[in-house]
Each structure stands twice: as C-alpha cells, then as structure tokens.
Design a protein around this ligand. Structure first.
Ligand code: DC
Length: 226
C-alpha cells in the first residue's frame, strides 16, 4: 500500500460497521477508531457525574475536562474515560440509550469531532460512526455507508447480547434499534445520512468475511492505480 488513507464507515446501529472496520484495520495495519464508543463514554460520564443533559453549563465544564482514550489491543480496543477502563460499561443498556440522547447536543458533537479529527489527522485510520464521511472527514479518501434491514440487525445484536448472558428479547432489541435509528437520523445536527460520494454496502445478505473483502477490494483496487 502506498498511501495511508482515512477511511470513513458510516451507517445505522448493528449494520456491521464495527466488526468490518475492526477486521479491515487488522488487514490494512490501520488504526480503528470507534466513534460511537466516544459518545457512549460521554453519556456515561454524565451519569457518573450526575449531570443532567439539559444543564449546558455543567455539560460544558464536563467536556472541558473530559479525557477519552482508545487503547489499541489485539483482542479489541479498550476505552478509557477519565483514566478508567469503561469498555464493558459503555455497552450496557443505560449507556446505549444515553449515547443516542447526548449525540444530539451541539457542544458534545463539537468536542467529539475535534477529538476525532485529531486522532485521524495523520491518516492510516478507519473511523466508524454516523457523520464521519459527512462532517468529521468530508475529504476522507474512502467513504462507505453500511446498511442492513432492521430484522437482520436486530438478530445480530440479539446473538451478541445472548452470548454475553444478557436477557433481552429480539422484539425489545428491534424496538430499541428503531428508536435509535429515528433519533440518529432526525436530529438537527449532523444526522445520520449517506454522504453523496459514499459507496453503499448492503450487508443484509453478506457474511462478515464478504463485507470485509468487498471493502478491502475497493481500497486495494484504487490504490493500485494511484
Ligand atoms: O455506533 P454506536 O451504536 O456505538 O453509537 C452510539 C450512539 O452514538 C448512536 O446512537 C449515535 C451516536 N453516534 C453519533 O451520533 N455519531 C457518531 N459518529 C457515532 C455515534
């Protein structure tokens, strides 16, 4: 590979972004940045510090001091919030809901975008989220937009949570996904949407290996001719 690219992967929850991005990062020897984890950590921070999402002054103070670090590990990146490992905690139901609620707030997005641009400034990164190709890196070298039908996404998420020993029904997961899709696509600031120049990837009928290979081929093919 000649150049170290910035690769943006956006799409709704459970569309296969993070699994694909993780494997792709290993294949390309790139850094994987899960921006959803950053919104999750910010949401959790308000919970731990007992800050209401309506209290803009307290939120601003929290954001001025916040430290979110992603540590790269082979078995999966670890996320640190103000020095504490919150990698598992941010995946729990309350953090999931809060992450979507906090993601509509302008000062929060401003701070996260600032951190994300810094993390990606030297290239060699794969960043997944909702607004990477539209707002964070509108000039990204590659943009992919992953989608899948809601039933497929709910089934994927259900298998994941079942493996973690959580008891939640498929229907509950489907409802939560529909609620989050609505929240993420209808918010005023940086809503989830496909960038004009993004390559759509419908993963409904694709295996993980197929998703990774599809995107990998697109990157390799272009790099060959540049
Ligand atoms: O990808 P995820 O499910 O971990 O993301 C959690 C929430 O964070 C999601 O509901 C929307 C928000 N988010 C966002 O608004 N912008 C991003 N770039 C990434 C996530």
């Amino acid at each position: 590979m000649k150049k170290k690219f910035v690769i943006a992967i956006d799409g709704p929850a459970a569309s296969g972004k993070s699994t694909t991005a993780k494997q792709l990062a290993i294949k390309l020897k790139y850094i994987y940045i899960d921006t959803g984890a950053m919104y999750r950590a910010s949401g959790l921070c308000t919970l731990l510090q007992n800050i209401s999402l309506d209290d803009e002054v307290a939120l601003k103070e929290m954001l001025d001091k916040i430290s979110i670090k992603i540590e790269y590990a082979k078995e999966g990146n670890r996320i640190y919030l103000n020095g504490e490992d919150v990698s598992e905690r941010i995946r729990e139901a309350d953090s999931t809901k809060l992450s979507s609620q906090i993601a509509v707030i302008g000062i929060v997005r401003k701070k996260m975008v600032e951190l994300q641009r810094k993390m990606g400034e030297n290239g060699g990164v794969i960043m997944d989220g909702r607004d990477i190709g539209t707002v964070v890196f509108p000039d990204a070298d590659f943009k992919f937009f992953m989608i899948a039908d809601v039933r497929t996404r709910a089934l994927r998420r259900w298998k994941e949570v079942k493996d973690n020993g959580e008891s939640i029904t498929l229907e509950e997961i489907k409802e939560e996904l529909i609620w989050r899709d609505k929240n993420d696509t209808t918010r005023e600031i940086s809503p989830l949407k496909q960038a004009k120049d993004a390559i759509p990837v419908d993963t409904s009928k694709m295996s993980i290996d197929e998703q990774v290979q599809y995107i990998y081929n697109k990157i390799i093919m272009r790099n060959k001719y540049e």
